[in-house]
Design a protein around this ligand. Structure first.
Ligand code: ADP
Ligand code: MG
Length: 270
């Protein structure tokens, strides 16, 4: 399966002249799990905003399954099969996980004008199957408000999956989670990656190590480099971006920089 699910060509997004994205090129095969990393302000969130239609390109274009998204509103793009998981969980706290999932499944059944044919991979999922996937079968009937932060995140991921998106966008899924929850989130995303195309934005480098196949590094609104975690970590440009500047009290080492140093322990900056 080598068709492109996403192609982004010469994408620039300007906010009052400031280029949050600057001539960015990116493409991804159907079925891929891609991790996007980059320093704060690199343009990661804007990148997702453009894919979902929240922000429109100033220049360039975004093709989803070969179709230019330019003229489609956010809800139409979601309906075409792009689901986004925001950083803070958006679940109904007074409903149970089961009820939350039932709502999402029903939403999916509403008859929209058939803008685009769904791919066969976007098969319908059952609520009990979803509960099992997200590991919440034993908590299916308690109020979602009583779930831990991690469990709420998994529930929201389940609610997204209930809508059978072809492409899942996940923004910093493990921020604020315990180590155990972080690891289980990785397992969940890896299992979802068997049947979805997924883009994950993340700062937690241990987590990135757990799930990463191909990594894209953004810097100043453009793609700095791409490759395996190992390749990216040893790329001199990445080392320069993360480590090549003076570190002082006002600009402490971020967890990302810290982790870039840590896993190998052998990064040498000459
Ligand atoms: P990241 O998610 O990688 O931290 P963002 O995409 O949030 O980066 O932001 C990239 C740059 O664009 C930042 O410098 C940010 O201040 C700027 N930016 C983002 N959104 C807006 C906006 N709506 N108006 C003006 N500047 C913005
Ligand atoms: Mg961001």
């Amino acid at each position: 399966m080598n068709e492109k699910i996403l192609e982004i060509e010469n994408l620039t997004v300007s906010f009052d002249g400031f280029k949050a994205l600057n001539n960015l090129n990116f493409s991804m095969d159907a079925g891929e799990l891609r991790v996007v990393i980059g320093p704060n302000g690199a343009g990661k969130t804007t990148f997702l905003d453009v894919i979902t239609g929240k922000v429109k390109p100033t220049e360039g274009r975004v093709l989803f399954k070969g179709r230019n998204l330019r003229s489609y509103a956010e809800h139409a793009i979601a309906q075409m099969g792009i689901g986004r998981k925001f950083q803070t969980p958006r679940v109904y706290l007074n409903l149970t996980p089961r009820e939350n999932l039932e709502l999402s499944c029903n939403r999916n059944k509403r008859v929209f004008p058939t803008l685009f044919r769904k791919t066969p991979s976007a098969e319908r999922r059952t609520v009990s199957g979803l509960l099992e996937t997200i590991g919440l079968t034993h908590k299916a009937d308690m109020k979602a408000g009583l779930l831990s932060h991690g469990e709420k995140q998994w529930l929201e991921i389940g609610m997204l999956v209930a809508q059978s998106p072809d492409l899942l966008l996940v923004d910093e899924p493990v921020a604020g989670l315990t180590d155990e929850e972080t690891f289980r989130t990785g397992e969940l995303l890896l299992s979802l990656a068997e049947s979805h195309s997924i883009i994950v934005i993340e700062h937690d480098m241990e987590f990135v190590h757990q799930i990463a196949r191909k990594v894209t590094v953004l810097h100043e609104g453009t793609v700095l480099c791409e490759g395996t975690m190992d390749e990216v970590q040893h790329d001199p440009r990445v080392i320069e971006v993360y480590l090549g500047r003076e570190v002082d009290a006002e600009h402490p080492v971020t967890p990302l920089e810290d982790a870039l140093l840590e896993p190998t322990g052998t990064l040498e900056v000459n």
